[in-house]
Design a protein around this ligand. Sequence first.
Ligand code: 523
Length: 132
Amino acid sequence: MTTVRVVVGGAVFDRGRLLAARRSAPPELAGRWELPGGKLEPGESARQALVRELREELGVEVEPLARIDGEWPLKPPYVLHVWTARLLAGEVRPLQDHDELRWLTPDRVDEVDWLEADRPAVAAAARLLSAG
Ligand code: 523
């Protein structure tokens, strides 16, 4: 039996908008948009991994808030978990893995081409934002 391995993505909120990040690599994912994040390292919690990944990739500090219900399959053995997070400090910049960042209001989240696995969590995040 293979144990699933978690990739954590962040639904980062700031002033009523959701952050979308366009991947620059690998070639098969480049140009698609995601909730930024990455694989958990050994011994790390999802919250810790999210804080680390967003610091590395975007140069910001975030506070993870709550997990969005659900788990979405990626290339085995990986599965995607998504947490909402609040921007604490800094301005997002595409330092690693991304070539464009966009802040989307909830009515506009469908304007970018999200990776398949992210779509249900993006819809849930937009509902949370709309609900205020
Ligand atoms: N996804 C995905 N959605 C999403 C993330 C963060 C990741 O579908 N929001 C997929 C894309 C990759 C896999 O999960 O197939 C691993 O994500 P990646 O490459 O961002 O994880 P890293 O940065 O931890 O990977 P390494 O470069 O291998 O360390």
